[in-house]
Design a protein around this ligand. Structure first.
Ligand code: PGA
Length: 249
């Protein structure tokens, strides 16, 4: 079966009320019957603004960059899945490498976050990816498979309702993109791992590539059989670049 591609913009800790409004307006002005799903993931504080700006249309969904693994209570600074659902969000990124690195999120915490998102009706975008040292040590497959295995172990058949994003850490924000062949090799292995969990998951789960995807390299990455979209950082902050990637999908 063919999977509808997903292009998701991860704005990271960028933006302002004025900049967000201009970016959304620019994306909307340039959208022309997109053939893929589209999402934008602004910082948490701007989620109400961006959901408001996008109210009444279906082309662009909104996602969060993180979600708490807990339901509610004494977790200062965190945002629950139910709160994201309350705003009408569709996606929550979990386990981005920046959170794994700076907030010390383990594979198990990331899996619990994915479970919390699913429990509130959100689609988690589960990020996996190896560091440069791990790639050079030949550990790429082992690292990403362990990251995905933790999610499969906790979610079971519900893994079929998730999105996975392969983001080699050495490619994020560096301008060094994985070659289409390097990316496809990892995506195919992740697909095989999903197949071992369930045939449905292998058929339905979209595996996005992330890491310096841009207007110039998107088409050849997205042409790979197991690359079902992109998780876009820097290039998602400029409407023309984001629109070019959408057009490539
Ligand atoms: P980048 O970020 O496109 O700026 O490399 C991608 C990501 O971290 O999701």
């Amino acid at each position: 079966m063919s999977r509808r591609k997903l292009i998701a913009g991860n704005w990271k800790m960028n933006g302002s009320l004025a900049a967000n409004q201009a970016l959304i307006a620019g994306i909307q002005a340039g959208l022309n019957a997109p053939a893929c799903d589209i999402a934008v993931c602004p910082p948490a504080i701007y989620l109400p603004q961006v959901t408001q700006l996008l109210a009444g249309q279906n082309a662009i969904a909104v996602g969060a960059q993180d979600v708490s693994e807990h339901a509610s209570g004494a977790y200062t600074g965190n945002v629950s899945a139910a709160m994201l659902q309350d705003l009408g969000l569709r996606y929550a990124i979990v386990g981005h490498s920046e959170r794994r690195q700076y907030q010390g999120e383990s594979n198990e915490v990331v899996a619990a976050k994915a479970q919390a998102a699913l429990g509130a009706g959100l689609t988690p975008i589960i990020c996996v990816g190896e560091s440069l040292a791990e790639r050079e040590a030949g550990q790429t497959q082992a690292v990403v498979q362990a990251q995905l295995a933790a999610a499969i172990a906790l979610l079971g058949a519900d893994i079929a309702r998730c999105v996975v994003a392969y983001e080699p850490v050495w490619a994020i924000g560096t301008g060094k993109t994985a070659t289409p062949e390097q990316a496809q090799e990892v995506h195919a292995a992740l697909r095989a791992q999903l197949q071992a969990a369930s045939a449905e998951a292998a058929a339905t789960v979209r595996i996005l590539y992330g890491g310096s995807m841009n207007a110039a390299n998107a088409a050849e990455l997205l042409a790979q059989p197991d690359i079902d979209g992109g998780l876009i950082g820097g290039a998602a902050l400029k409407a023309p670049d984001f629109l070019s990637i959408i057009a490539a999908a």
